[in-house]
Ligand binder design. Structure first.
Ligand code: LLP
Length: 433
């Protein structure tokens, strides 16, 4: 497949491969459902982003919430990536995978005192702060611990990033960040926070964002703001522009890091500051797939066809939660997978038919796709759900008491399990009778 979709997942002789390994060979050993990731895809995307932004002093902090598996984080830590964490648990994961503490930024509207102490005690790089109360808590706790942490104020620029309503974060009605007027007030009074080094600004508009325009719009506002701060004698050393960089879910062309960089870097230059970015989806989204096996096929008296598979909304919740579109195709297809598939405009070729692809969970929203054009599949066949590397496993649950899938990492012609499939015993671990 081409560069815009999933280049490390390719069909050869009617069989899907991840790098040099046949998917069916992995599945015959590990079973289904299973997440499968390509190490090469992760590295290629990280490097593409890094090289696009190399002209600025840029720190890339991989957004752990998109994929927090230790082995995935380790690949990025070894490559020099920092980490964007939003909880004590994510900080623990980033550290456990070998993450460099001096490259860890901590975001989130609701950091508890316990989490703040944990981060302070580990001397992370920076806190992204989202309210005056949080600033006061960090100031007090840092004082008690004899620390002076770096802090960036998360700005809410009131910009519509034109993404899904549930993943938009930069509008004034959203819970995130501080509006510019209040931020200016905080900055003018920053000397009162004696245990804090207020040295940066942070903004994250939402995700995924399919044009550069919202970033440009936000940065225009912020540059004007930074000028005002400078006039008031306050310098911004770090500008963190968050994440949200899009990937292709359909096979269509989408904008690439170079285009983002060409529009974003001039603002960074003007502000004369270091750049921080927090990509998640861009690095891992198209680096992973979810493989499921067809348990049953079913046709109703009304002529509706269902493919009932052994993965469900608890394994990948994006379609149920955001009506997200994920391409789905058999691992050993009878018809070639089209290069591009436009949601809601299914093309039916010979040998294909319309189906709903659903899981076994007792909810109607447990559907990966409805009215999807698919080649004929039979019970026992394997299906690949593409673009599942970001917000797939990390958002999974054991709803309906379904053990969560295993995760597998492919590297060249080798593969290994990087998270074991959960067992029934795992399901009840920690419960007291
Ligand atoms: N930085 C901050 C402060 C964030 O809140 C997020 C994502 C990121 C960075 C990374 O965004 P990315 O580069 O991965 O787009 N569950 C949703 C996405 C929610 C994103 C939450 N925040 C989904 O499955 O589409």
């Amino acid at each position: 497949m081409d560069d815009y979709f999933m280049d490390d997942f390719e069909y050869k002789d009617k069989s899907l491969f991840c790098e040099k390994v046949k998917i069916e060979n992995i599945i015959s050993k590990v079973g289904t459902p299973a997440y499968i990731y390509s190490k090469n895809a992760i590295l290629t995307r990280y490097r593409e982003l890094k090289s696009a932004f190399q002209n600025a002093n840029t720190l890339i902090c991989f957004s752990v919430k998109s994929n927090s598996n230790l082995s995935i984080c380790k690949i990025l830590a070894e490559e020099g990536s920092g980490f964007d964490v939003v909880s004590g648990g994510e900080l623990f994961r980033a550290m456990r995978s070998g993450g460099d503490l001096s490259k860890i930024v901590f975001a989130g509207v609701g950091k508890t005192d316990k989490e703040i102490r944990y981060a302070l005690g580990n001397d992370i790089f920076m806190f992204n702060v989202e309210s005056v109360s949080e600033l006061e808590h960090i100031n007090t706790l840092a004082g008690e611990m004899g620390k002076i942490p770096k802090v960036a104020l998360r700005i809410n620029p009131d910009i519509d990033a034109k993404t899904h309503v549930k993943t938009t974060t930069g509008k004034k009605e959203n819970k995130f960040g501080i509006d510019l007027t209040e931020a200016e007030k905080i900055i003018r009074q920053s000397t009162k926070y004696v245990n804090i080094n207020l040295c940066g600004l942070h903004v994250h508009l939402g995700s995924p964002i399919y044009t550069v325009a919202p970033y440009v719009h936000a940065l225009k506002k912020i540059v004007a703001f930074v000028r005002r701060c400078k006039d008031a004698g306050f310098d911004i050393e770090y500008m963190n522009i968050g994440g949200g960089y899009c990937i292709s879910y359909t096979g269509e062309k989408v904008i690439r890091p170079k285009e983002y960089a060409s529009k974003i870097l001039p603002f960074v230059k003007e502000m004369q500051c270091n750049l921080i970015m927090e990509p998640g989806r861009f690095i891992v989204g198209n680096s992973g797939i979810l493989i499921t096996r067809v348990t049953y096929t079913k046709e109703t008296l009304h002529g509706k066809k269902f493919i009932i598979c052994d993965a469900a909304m608890n394994d990948l919740i994006r379609p149920a939660l955001y009506d997200a579109f994920h391409r789905i195709w058999p691992v050993n297809p009878r018809v070639k997978m089209p290069k591009v598939e436009i949601p809601n405009k299914p093309e039916i070729k010979k040998g294909m038919y319309f189906v709903d692809i659903v899981g076994p969970v007792c909810e109607t929203s447990d559907a990966f796709a409805t009215k999807r054009a698919l080649p004929k599949v039979e019970e026992g066949d394997l299906l690949a759900i593409f673009s599942a590397g970001a917000y797939g496993f990390t958002m999974s649950s054991s709803y309906n008491s379904r053990p969560r899938p295993c995760e597998v990492l492919v590297e060249g012609d080798k593969y290994r399990i990087i998270r074991e499939r959960e067992t029934y015993e795992d399901l009840v671990k920690g419960e007291n009778l």
